[in-house]
Write a protein that binds this ligand. Structure first.
Ligand SMILES: [Zn+2]
Ligand SMILES: [Zn+2]
Length: 536
């Protein structure tokens, strides 16, 4: 067995542990070990045999024992048992139909079926109604869902970071390109697709079917397949003939409306050839939502970003110190970083009192001495209280370089009150930027009732920026609103709201979200020099 095969078995084991509702840390540990083994330059079998495998990061005695079993017997017995018991393809299908793992296992047991195909057969034979607990109503719902299956959408999209990991992993494994919603950087991804190029589609189709991420094939055609992930999310594979790769990639990337606006698409080996054939300028994927055949603007790029203006440290709920965050920002090539810890009203975590804000200033001054000319800014993420006042006195705010104003608690206010609350805060002369303006958590918490048009009007008049928050659960403002804000003359800030060194990496998500709002570098405060940030 080579490293890749071994890593795949560990991944499969992790997936089954997840399904069996095992401790999530155990599954995560197996995934990490798989990752490590995939990246190894030497065969892991040798390390196992020489007893050196535990020198690898993240491999403890439990995983070592499994690896030894795998190397010596070619199988992990518990994995084989779990596969028999849990029938992952069946559970994947069950999730797709809206059933819990437990319910799927019970259903399979009652029907005496062991695979997704057998479940479909049993359903088609009308045997669902014999299962205790399945009445005529549920039966017809399940049959209906099964009938819709091939082009059905997941009930809820995947967060962008999870979708990127999933689609990116499959694309890399098959040597293809990510397409669908992920390639357009949608905040919540429903259409997951990968496009490959090959004369003979069979190896890619076979490879797809045997990936650990794909637990069941719902459909397999001559040049395409539809699989289901462990979460029950459908994912599509398209294997294009090489001379049509660009055509299929354009078709699988844009929204249905966008693609319809370009059809009929000519054949092309890559996208440039397709757009060239149409006589239409190439369009960045982020803009392929509405029909568009024009010249796209020169969009903001990740490399335009010169600093991050919203991050946390151990002073509030971050995991790294001021110095560690600054060092990480320097490593990213930034010129500045604003430290914006919380204020007391945030409630759930520690917030800084005026006294602590002043003590933090000493630590920031020390970091500036150490890292000059890099600049650490004294910032704050200051809560907007329910009455619109800010959570720190004006004289404290006046000392700071950068003030993010944020609504955290009490988000379920009626529209007039919430609009008044935020508008009031923006009248404070020290506010630099409005954080995560709509307050939504994607798929979990709706947007605040807030008159954004009014907010943009005030922000524009007072030179206050609005944030595109790069946390995968927020991505707030989203693209449509970014576009409205820019049209209203408001400047944008792309931030990560990082709570750790790794969190700074979410800048890419913030930038992509701003690009979906047609943002150019000139529209973005932190694509400019420090003087612009301070001077505004
Ligand atoms: Zn916040
Ligand atoms: Zn924050």
């Amino acid at each position: 067995m080579d490293n890749r095969e071994i890593a795949d078995r560990l991944d499969a084991f992790a997936s089954l542990l997840d399904l069996g509702d095992a401790n999530p840390y155990t599954a995560r540990a197996y995934r990490r070990a798989a990752e490590t083994i995939r990246g190894l330059a030497v065969p892991v079998t040798e390390l196992v045999q020489s007893g050196k495998v535990r020198e690898l990061r993240g491999i403890g005695s439990g995983i070592e024992a499994r690896l030894r079993e795998l190397v010596e017997t070619g199988e992990i017995q518990e994995l084989a048992e779990l596969e028999r018991e849990l029938a992952p393809d069946l559970i994947g299908l069950g999730r797709y139909l809206g059933l819990t793992t437990k319910r799927s296992v019970e259903l399979a047991r009652a029907l005496g079926v062991h695979s997704a195909d057998e479940l479909r057969e049993a359903a088609a034979d009308g045997r669902l109604r014999d299962v205790p607990g399945i009445g005529p109503k549920l039966e017809s719902q399940l049959l209906e869902a099964l009938a819709r299956e091939p082009d059905a959408q997941p009930r809820q999209g995947l967060l962008l970071n999870r979708a990127m990991e999933l689609v990116g992993g499959i694309a890399t494994a098959l040597g293809g390109s990510p397409a669908g919603d992920v390639r357009r950087w949608r905040d919540s991804c429903e259409r997951l697709a990968v496009v490959c190029s090959a004369d003979d589609p069979v190896p890619a189709l076979d490879g797809f079917a045997s990936l650990p991420q794909v637990v069941a094939l719902v459909e397999r055609g001559e040049r395409g397949a539809l699989g289901v992930t462990i979460e029950g999310v459908p994912i599509e594979l398209i294997v294009a003939a090489p001379e049509r790769f660009g055509t299929e990639l354009v078709r699988a990337t844009g929204s249905a409306d966008y693609v319809a606006g370009l059809e009929p698409l000519p054949d092309g080996v890559d996208e440039r050839a397709v757009y060239g054939g149409l006589g239409v300028p190439w369009c960045p994927p982020e803009l392929r939502e509405e029909p568009f055949r024009g010249e796209p603007p020169s969009l903001l790029q990740l490399s335009d970003i010169r600093g991050d203006l919203h991050c946390h440290t151990t002073w509030s709920d971050g995991r790294a110190s001021v110095e560690e965050m600054a060092r990480a920002a320097i490593d990213r090539g930034y010129e500045y970083l604003a430290i914006c810890d919380h204020t007391p009203a945030v409630g759930a975590v520690h917030g800084l009192s005026p006294d602590e804000v002043r003590r933090q200033a000493d630590e920031i001054a020390a970091a500036n001495e150490l890292f000059a000319p890099f600049r650490v800014l004294r910032g704050i993420e200051c809560d907007i209280l329910p009455d619109g006042r800010l959570d720190l006195p004006d004289d404290v705010l006046a000392e700071l370089d950068w003030v993010q104003a944020s609504v955290h608690g009490g988000q379920r206010m009626p529209r007039p009150e919430m609009t008044k609350r935020v508008s009031e805060a923006l009248l404070n002369p020290h506010v630099s930027c409005l954080s995560h303006p709509t307050g939504r958590y994607i798929n979990r918490r709706p947007e605040n009732e807030l008159d954004l048009e009014r907010v943009f009007e005030i922000a524009s008049g007072r030179g206050i920026a609005v944030e595109v928050n790069g946390l995968p659960l927020r991505l707030d403002l989203r693209g449509e609103y970014v576009r409205q804000a820019i049209a209203a003359g408001v400047r944008i800030v792309c931030s990560t709201d990082a709570h750790s060194v790794a969190g700074l990496g979410n800048m890419q998500l913030a930038v992509a979200t701003a690009r979906r709002g047609w943002a150019r570098a000139v529209d973005v405060v932190n694509a400019g020099p420090l003087e612009g940030v301070l001077g505004r």
